[in-house]
Design a protein around this ligand. Structure first.
Ligand SMILES: Nc1ncnc2c1ncn2[C@@H]1O[C@H](COP(=O)(O)OP(=O)(O)OP(=O)(O)O)[C@@H](O)[C@H]1O
Ligand SMILES: [Mg+2]
Length: 242
């Protein structure tokens, strides 16, 4: 299963969710690949891994086998600014867009592929959406993030009109949830009113989540008993049952 973790809005927890979903799947013995499809390269920065492995593969500068970086039991293809070169190639040759990832990653046999997406409607994001099976949408528990959810659904619908098999929305994941703040509670309530069963249990806000990347560690390594680490584990349990 190929899962795109996307939201056009910045800072909604896409990278944090991608890393913790992929690492938890890896820990459970699933053959898992984590792709960073963002020129910001935040997966590599957060885990202290060398950047630009995915653009190297997409631009045929490196073979898939030698570009993969092992992080615990997960294989990672890091993003980075070289993805902008891929982006400009997609503008020059839009016909390669739908098949790009499939063609370059066809030797990869993983049970789960998790794609951390950039906060945009870039051609790269479009290419990844042609490749994926499902979408996971992290939404921060604040007003502006809520307003943006419709745009993402619209983006997915736009791609679905060009695909034979539609992308399934796996779940909408409320992130940075602070039970003491009214806006957090309201956000989850509003999401549930609109998207009912698609809305997962929220991931709580914790300063540990902000600290972990500065140590190059996941929350499972840095603060495994923190609320967000426990929430991600719980989320992955539900993910595997759905
Ligand atoms: N549960 C949480 N509690 C507190 N801080 C969090 C939580 N999840 C993520 N963060 C922090 O919020 C910031 C944004 O998170 P993240 O990088 O995962 O978002 P993003 O959607 O990938 O951002 P971008 O759109 O720039 O790619 C980071 O500093 C991250 O450490
Ligand atoms: Mg990110």
């Amino acid at each position: 299963m190929i899962i795109s973790v996307l939201n056009q809005k910045g800072g909604t927890g896409k990278t944090t969710t991608s890393i913790h979903l992929a690492m938890a799947l890896g820990q459970r013995g699933f053959n898992t690949l984590l792709l960073d499809n963002d020129p910001q390269g935040s997966v590599g920065v957060s885990l202290r891994l060398e950047p630009n492995r995915l653009p190297d593969v997409l631009l045929s500068k490196n073979s898939l086998a030698s570009a993969l970086i092992a992080k615990d039991s997960v294989k990672v293809l890091t993003g980075g600014k070289d993805l902008l070169e891929v982006e400009s190639r997609l503008h020059r040759q839009p016909e390669i867009l739908p098949g790009l990832f499939r063609e370059k990653l066809c030797e990869m046999r993983s049970e789960y592929t998790v794609i951390d997406m950039a906060p945009s409607r870039s051609q790269l994001n479009r290419a990844a959406l042609f490749y994926c099976d499902t979408a996971l949408i992290p939404v921060a528990c604040d007003y502006l993030s809520l307003v943006g959810v419709r745009d993402i659904i619209e983006f997915i619908d736009e791609i679905n009109r060009e695909r034979q098999d539609p992308i399934r929305i796996q779940s909408i994941l409320p992130t940075m949830y602070d039970s003491r703040s009214r806006i957090s509670q309201e956000s989850v309530k509003i999401l549930r009113e609109h998207f009912s069963h698609l809305v997962a249990e929220p991931i709580r806000m914790t300063t540990r989540a902000k600290e972990a990347p500065s140590h190059g560690k996941t929350l499972y390594e840095y603060a495994k008993r923190s609320s967000a680490a426990l929430d991600y584990i719980n989320f992955v349990d539900h993910f595997l049952q759905s």
